[in-house]
Design a protein around this ligand. Structure first.
Ligand code: NAP
Length: 362
């Protein structure tokens, strides 16, 4: 199969570097275009990331030799690639305009930015949960007069750890009424250089701007139904979030207490549901799909950020410490790799799903 050519917007940043790493040797996609801010433009990728390459593996010589283009230059992207990933760290209204220009030019775009997550005709995909939400894409194209380009969003990294295990229970028929979630989020979630070291070493910061709102609201769109060409948000689930920044490099942890609507599964049944959980992307055996997507750890001190974030090549959610809750019904801990599953890896899996569904690459 001829590989599809891919552009990475924001290729020099924390998420962008993860795209470059994860797309190296990808069986379907080849990075042919990199774009960033004017400060990186016209440099080779190697020169642009010199002194700030944060991955453990080196980038390939081919990528190192690519010239970084201005992310505003849509024409160049259109010449060089079949679709793009967007990991731009810019003001939301500018990102919104940029992303629409790419889609209007005929380039499918999968975004890590929050700018379009609540746009009525843009799906926010977690491929194991709502692969069918891509059905809104033809409506998006028709409504906007776009021919081949469209926008798909990736949700916030904070909810990637807790929503799949909660959804697995819902899918098994145990409807959930309320969730109280406390996140312990890694510093790489703030990009590079991110949070100043003097704020992070020997410290926990109990505030991440906008994060609690995203953690509470985005799941309601991911669990939405599509009616009359628009998303109707799930409205019977209450979520209360506390989001904290902790001195961990990668890996967002979440401590969850949950109340069911009516029927309550036993703890043994919940673990069996998580162990058996999978979706269309596992059935299709897509290149980045983790097998299994949820890993349950029996040890009473797991998951741990440093030990479990790489489960399933950083694509699986690790869950543990399931126990009864004296206030709600159950409580547990979940962990996922924020820059892999919560950002670049999750978006790559979405792109693979969109290829399998025929929305990208014919
Ligand atoms: P980052 O490390 O700060 O990288 C930002 C990227 O955007 C860089 O490539 C930068 O290019 C580029 N950029 C900044 N200003 C620009 C401009 N005016 N024009 C064109 N390009 C510009 O941020 P990040 O952590 O990778 O995050 C990128 C996006 O992903 C953000 O929207 C973030 O909210 C989202 N996200 C991040 C995570 C995470 O865990 N880090 C998870 C989920 C979603 P230069 O290098 O040239 O400045």
């Amino acid at each position: 199969m001829k590989k599809l050519t891919v552009g990475v917007l924001g290729a020099t940043g924390m998420v962008g570097q993860n795209y470059i790493r994860l797309l190296q040797d990808h069986p379907w996609f080849l990075v042919s275009h990199v774009a960033a801010s004017p400060r990186s433009v016209d440099k080779t990728y190697a020169k642009a990331v010199n002194g700030r390459w944060r991955m453990n593996d080196p980038y390939s010589e081919d990528v190192g030799n690519l010239i970084v283009h201005d992310a505003a230059d849509v024409t160049m992207a259109k010449e060089k690639c079949d679709f793009v990933f967007s990991a731009l760290g810019m003001e939301k209204s500018t990102v919104r305009t940029f992303e629409e220009r790419y889609a209007a030019a005929g380039l499918p775009l999968i975004s890590n930015n929050s700018a379009h997550r609540h746009t009525t005709d843009v799906p926010v995909l977690i491929p194991e949960i709502n692969p069918h939400h891509s059905a809104i894409i033809p409506i998006q194209l028709e409504r906007r007069g776009w021919r081949e380009g469209f926008i798909v969003a990736k949700p916030n990294c904070s909810l990637q750890s807790y929503l799949p295990p909660v959804y697995a229970l819902m899918k098994a028929g145990y409807l959930v009424k309320s969730i109280v979630v406390t996140t312990l989020q890694a510093v790489s979630g703030a990009g590079y250089p991110g949070v100043p070291s003097l704020d992070m070493i020997d410290n926990v910061v109990p505030f991440i701007s906008g994060e609690e709102e995203k953690t509470e609201r985005e799941p309601l769109k991911i669990l939405a139904t599509i009616e009359d060409g628009r998303f109707v948000y799930e409205d019977s689930l209450n979520i209360s979030a506390h989001c904290n920044r902790v001195p961990v490099v990668d890996g967002h942890m979440a401590c969850i207490s949950l109340k069911f609507k009516s029927d309550k599964p036993s703890l043994e049944e919940i673990i069996a549901i998580w162990n058996a959980f999978g979706g269309e992307v596992q059935e299709l055996d897509l290149p980045s799909a983790p097998h299994p997507p949820i890993v349950y750890r029996e040890e009473n001190d797991r998951p741990q950020s440093g030990r479990d974030r790489h489960a399933g090549n950083g694509m699986a959610v690790t869950v543990g410490r399931l126990r009864a809750c004296p206030v709600m019904d159950i409580r547990f801990v979940a962990l996922s790799h924020n820059t892999v599953r919560g950002a670049a890896g999750g978006a790559i899996l979405s792109a693979e799903l969109l290829c399998a569904q025929g929305y990208i690459g014919g």
